[in-house]
Design a protein around this ligand. Structure first.
Ligand code: ZN
Length: 1138
């Protein structure tokens, strides 16, 4: 009675905070609580031995030595009451004080008495289940207390008593959190005993049935038990049980049973033998059918997700339909024998599956890895390493600073301008000022380069220009042409007659006519110039065909485009369609309609029932297309040259479509585990028909987009590695159009060349000093351009020349990762802004000398790779020790930076433009020694370290002036894994304080005025302009010479600055609405309250209550606080017990 008063449920749960918990009940109040046989002395004893001993510890130690029944019941009652109120923190506190051990000892002592006293035993069992459920070491503790087999024995004795059996099963279930305990039980026939407790559909003892299924699932956590269960035929048994309960329980009465059965199957499917058994027993077909029913039965929907995940798990893995995973592009490397390129690291495994019984407890491994990755060595953060090459080698870079040596004669002669080069110079391969000679890392100048050899043996011959062609393009001029005629002529083949190098009259006149009709609408783009530039571009496969969008140009659509809305359960629907392939293979066409390696003319064949695909053009990436169903295609991307991985970038042509029919495309060899395609991002589409009708736009397109793990498996990899599918549906507007689909807005190397030519022509040399040079040649012999932009001096006076030569340098680079085409659009924005007549641009040119390398990886861009250069390496991991022969662009960019450093012109700012595939917005990564030490929890006293906080100025400014920019996404940590990136090496080795990586999303923004919008090329270009504008804020502090130049400073005023409120802190995407990674354990597996509520219900049920079990199972927490006491310990409250 006293207990009821003192610790009644009316105590507000949070009043007893964990910190107060040790004091309640205090030893003093215990003297009131514990009746008769336990003397106050006995309770106080422990507290005298250890003064800090709490009341809880006293209770626990008393519990261990079971005294008389009533006082033990009292203690159990107190404990249960305390633990039931408030949060789990109390239980964890009790566990930390040895609660589990005390309960186990009480359990063992009680079972050992003959016969066991069940009045005492049941409350103990229930408490063990509740506490053990939160104690991840309960299994180990139970083994130590020798309670495991004792429990199994107790269960055996009570198979006929549903209530006692349920209590035993819950305890066994929590013991199995330790795999070794599960194994111990398995070895002692635990599986058989538990499995036999699961009956076919019944209405009796549902709670006990569920407890048995849950215990079986827990036993199956051990892979050894799984194998035993499979060999005993339990998988087929479980499937039969599932079918039976399902067919009898469509009114969702038995939902918990069905879920528990699915959980058992999930556990079994963690082994290969379990999966194949499930497939062999027709499990996939059964699950597929039941899932279809559940989808349309109210209340049964919650079964769909676990069933779909189980089907995905068991879907037999198969390799991609490729003869080799190695890229279709093989490029012989200087100094390396053929065939020494990489294979997927760690993929050399023999397919061995880890079926061993491991207790895996590495949940926070990822966090730990992240912290381990921080550079915490003060010396390596602070000290600048010795240059990686002798100083005398730097002389070769003198010519890359033409502004320092230019004599600016035009300032005297007035209107005299530099001769502008036209496309003829491009056609003849002329480039200005090749700085480097052969043997300086620009190999094979003038030699037979490997790709030429390849081109001559493997290229298809150039398509001949068609005579008197009625090409689609000329047809396109005729807007009144009847639809049928148009259709007939709109053939991809005809577009391909836009060949490189065919400069006969027919070709030119066609281009001219087109331009006459449609031209000049795209600023800074000239198709003739583009074709001329492309003729000099060297690809591994010797591309001779231009993709129409690159040739013709792109105009951004009128406004930013909304992110796509994800339809509910879209992934589930796609996965079920995939599973149907397995169940009904006869419905699958499986016809290869395009293969980049197969020269047979599939792609040009006129089979009416298939789409036609093509990708053999600059930046193109599509390796193979397989028609799966009438309107569904599996697409396989090519690996980066000389590698067997990095499938992400795609760009291909598709034609032969029927209008207004949804076509499903599946790119089936994605590697990343998640994608912005799950968060509103769409691929981009360009329609030739639309372009010729005056809308030459890449637009975001595609519906029903999602990205998920599929059943294709990388060759030679471990069992649990899989590819991912990006699926999207496109409904084309026009019949027989020629369309292009890409991962992101393409920007080819030839486009850059043409664009630079246009820029050079457009600038007024009296206002803009613009110089294009070649930094070096790439492996394939393409030039890596370096652009210098600044303002010419006002006069040739000493003073003005001196001002020019003292302007700080800003070095900008981009596109080291070829798949990050957004970086090129941002760079285009920067270049155009810096060359513009905008007064801010003028100020920038007067204040700085810009050194710009717009594409650090020309070969990768040209050949449609995603990450690497032709060497098969990520060039942004080569900066520490770049190889002059294999990574010439990095070697010489670094050399040039060393050179600037050596002449006292260390750049004020360095920024490398990138694209980010997993985050939204635009943001910067910088380098800060202090922030790195803080974040890593280093013991170094950072207060004594000096660091210029100037690295934050640009991100702060951008946050205010650039709508897409998010300051909160920026960070300034120096990670070991990034030690060889441009940002870190330029900071550490060249000593550039403001050294950044600028990441632009492929998707869109979740803050600011672009919130909910996808980025278009206009927004990306604007970002490039804004980055340059942000540099003006640095100028005040660096203006050491001529105050006159600051004239335009006030332009960066507050009206420009405060256009948006501050961002909320959203860094990473929330977990995807649908489970992309089905390898993770089922989340439905025993939420904490589940077992508690069932345990509680078990306490008060009488045998006949089982008949309306559906009333109590889900609702037993109702009215918890009002009648908990009387339900929990009826003997305490009933008048006769007083
Ligand atoms: Zn990148």
């Amino acid at each position: 009675m006293v207990v009821c008063l003192l610790l009644s449920a009316s105590t507000p749960p949070d009043f007893v905070s964990p910190s107060l918990f040790p004091l309640l009940p205090s030893p003093l109040s215990l003297s009131l609580l514990i009746p008769h046989s336990l003397s106050v002395e006995r309770i106080r004893q422990p507290s005298m031995a250890a003064p800090s001993t709490s009341g809880l510890e006293v209770l626990l130690s008393t519990l261990k030595d079971v005294g008389d029944i009533e006082s033990t019941l009292n203690i159990l009652n107190v404990l249960d009451e305390l633990l039931s109120a408030g949060s789990d923190r109390r239980i964890h506190y009790m566990i930390s004080k040895g609660g589990s051990e005390s309960l186990l000892m009480a359990l063992v002592n009680t079972v050992d008495t003959i016969p066991p006293n069940y009045t005492l035993l049941l409350p103990i069992l229930h408490l063990v289940a509740k506490v053990g459920h939160r104690d991840h070491r309960i299994g180990v503790k139970a083994e130590k207390a020798e309670a495991v087999l004792l429990m199994l024995g107790l269960l055996r004795q009570n198979l006929k008593d549903a209530k006692r059996a349920a209590a035993c099963l819950w305890v066994l279930q929590v013991f199995c959190t330790s795999v070794s305990t599960a194994m111990l039980l398995g070895k002692n026939r635990g599986l058989d005993i538990v499995f036999k407790l699961i009956p076919m559909h019944t209405t009796k003892h549902i709670r006990t049935v569920k407890a048995a299924i849950d215990a079986l699932a827990a036993l199956l956590r051990s892979k050894m038990n799984c194998r035993a269960a499979v060999s005993k035929g339990y998988i087929s048994g479980l499937l039969k049980l599932f079918a039976d309960w399902h067919s009898n329980g469509t009114d969702c009465k038995h939902l918990p049973i069905l879920r528990a059965l699915l959980n058992c199957l999930h556990q079994a499917a963690n082994t290969s033998i379990g999966r194949s058994s499930l497939v062999a027993e027709g499990g996939i077909a059964l699950l597929f059918q039941t899932t279809k029913t559940c989808m349309f039965t109210r209340g049964m929907e919650s079964l769909v997700e676990p069933a779909v995940q189980l089907m995905r798990k068991c879907y037999p893995k198969c390799p991609l339909p490729l003869t080799s995973a190695l890229s279709a592009h093989i490029f012989p490397l200087p100094g390396r024998p053929l065939g020494t390129w990489d294979f997927i690291p760690g993929a050399q495994g023999d397919g061995f599956e880890d079926d061993s019984d491991n207790d895996v407890e590495n949940e926070d491994a990822e966090n730990r890895d992240y912290e381990d990755d921080m550079e915490t060595d003060l010396e390596s953060l602070r000290q600048r390493p010795e240059p990686d090459r002798p100083l005398e080698q730097l002389g070769q870079y003198v010519c890359l600073c033409p502004e320092l040596h230019h004599d600016f004669q035009e300032l005297d002669s007035g209107s005299e301008t530099e001769e502008s080069s036209d496309e003829d110079s491009l056609l003849n391969g002329d480039r200005e000022d090749h700085c480097l000679m052969a043997g300086q890392g620009s190999p094979q100048a003038g030699q037979d380069s490997p790709q030429e050899h390849r081109a001559s043996t493997q290229n298809p011959p150039l398509c001949p220009p068609r005579n008197g062609h009625t090409t689609p393009i000329s047809r396109g001029e005729d807007h009144t042409a009847p639809e049928g005629e148009d259709k007939q002529n709109m053939k991809a083949k005809d577009l391909h007659s836009q060949c490189l190098g065919s400069h006969e009259d027919g070709h030119h006149s066609m281009v001219d006519r087109l331009l006459e009709k449609f031209g000049s609408c795209i600023p800074h783009h000239d198709p003739r110039l583009y074709a001329a530039a492309a003729a000099n571009t060297r690809s591994v496969a010797g591309y001779s065909i231009l993709a129409f969008p690159d040739f013709w140009g792109h105009l951004p659509p009128p406004g930013p485009e909304q992110m796509a809305v994800r339809r509910p359960n879209i992934q589930r629907r796609k996965v079920l369609e995939d599973i149907e392939r397995f169940l009904c293979p006869e419905d699958i066409i499986n016809k290869v309609v395009f293969d980049v390696e197969d020269p047979s003319p599939q792609c040009s064949s006129d089979h009416k029932l298939s789409l036609r695909f093509f990708s053999k053009f600059e930046c193109g990436n599509l390796r193979k297309a397989v028609q799966v169903r009438s309107y569904e295609y599996d697409l396989i991307l090519n690996a980066d040259a000389n590698t067997s991985q990095h499938h992400q970038w795609f760009y291909f042509e598709v034609s032969g479509m029927v209008a207004n029919v949804p076509y499903r495309f599946n790119i089936i060899n994605g590697e990343k585990i998640n994608s912005q395609f799950n968060y509103g991002m769409q691929p981009v589409l360009y329609s030739v028909r639309e372009a010729l009708e005056g809308r030459p736009c890449w637009v975001r397109a595609g519906t029903d987009i999602c990205y998920y793990r599929n059943h294709f498996q990388p060759s030679g990899s471990q069992r649990d590695s899989s590819f991912y599918t990006l699926t999207f549906t496109v409904t084309f507007q026009h019949d027989e159009d020629v369309c292009y689909l890409a991962y992101h807005y393409p920007y080819t190397y030839s486009a850059l060349q043409a664009h630079l030519q246009m820029l050079q022509r457009s600038v007024d040399p009296r206002k803009v000093f613009f110089k294009q040079q070649s930094l070096c040649n790439t492996l394939a012999g393409n030039s890596c351009p370096l652009i210098t932009i600044t303002a010419p001096p006002s006069s040739r006076s000493w003073k003005d020349l001196h001002q020019l030569r003292n302007r700080p340098c800003v070095v900008l680079t981009a596109r080291v990762h070829p798949g990050e085409s957004n970086a090129s659009w941002v760079m285009k924005g920067s270049l155009e802004f810096l060359c513009s007549s905008d007064p801010m641009a003028q100020s920038l040119r007067e204040a700085f000398i810009f050194k710009i390398i717009p594409v650090l990886n020309p070969d990768g861009v040209i050949n449609g790779t995603h990450r690497c250069s032709l060497s098969g390496e990520d060039l942004n991991r080569q900066w520490k020790k770049p190889d002059a022969a294999l990574s010439p662009t990095i070697y010489h960019t670094k050399g040039f930076l060393y050179y600037l450093n050596s002449i006292g012109r260390t750049p004020l700012v360095f920024c490398d433009y990138h694209g980010h595939s997993r985050k939204k917005n635009v943001f910067l990564y910088g380098c800060s020694m202090k922030e790195t030490l803080w974040q890593s929890g280093s013991s170094v006293d950072t207060a004594t370290l000096k660091e210029d906080p100037g690295y934050r100025t640009i991100p702060k400014t951008l946050d205010r002036i650039a709508p897409a920019f998010s300051f909160n996404s920026c960070n300034y940590l120096v990670e070991k894994s990034r030690a060889s990136t441009a940002r870190v090496v330029v900071w550490r080795e060249i000593g550039v304080l403001r050294s950044y990586t600028m990441e632009s999303t492929y998707n869109g923004c979740d803050q600011g005025i672009y919130q909910g919008m996808q980025m278009g090329t206009r927004e990306l270009e604007d970002m490039g302009a804004k980055f340059c504008q942000s540099l003006l804020t640095l100028r005040k502090s660096t203006m050491f010479y001529d105050s006159k130049v600051i004239s335009h400073m006030p332009l960066l005023d507050d009206s420009l600055l405060d256009h948006k409120s501050h961002n909320c802190f959203v860094d990473d995407e929330p977990p995807c609405v649908e489970d992309i990674e089905y390898q993770s354990p089922m989340t439905s597996n025993l939420p904490g309250s589940d077992i508690d509520s069932e345990v509680n219900a078990n306490m008060f049920s009488t045998e006949d209550e089982d008949k309306d079990e559906d009333k109590q199972m889900p609702h037993c927490r109702k009215n918890r606080h009002t009648d908990l006491k009387s339900r929990l310990y009826p003997h305490l409250c009933r008048p006769d017990s007083l």
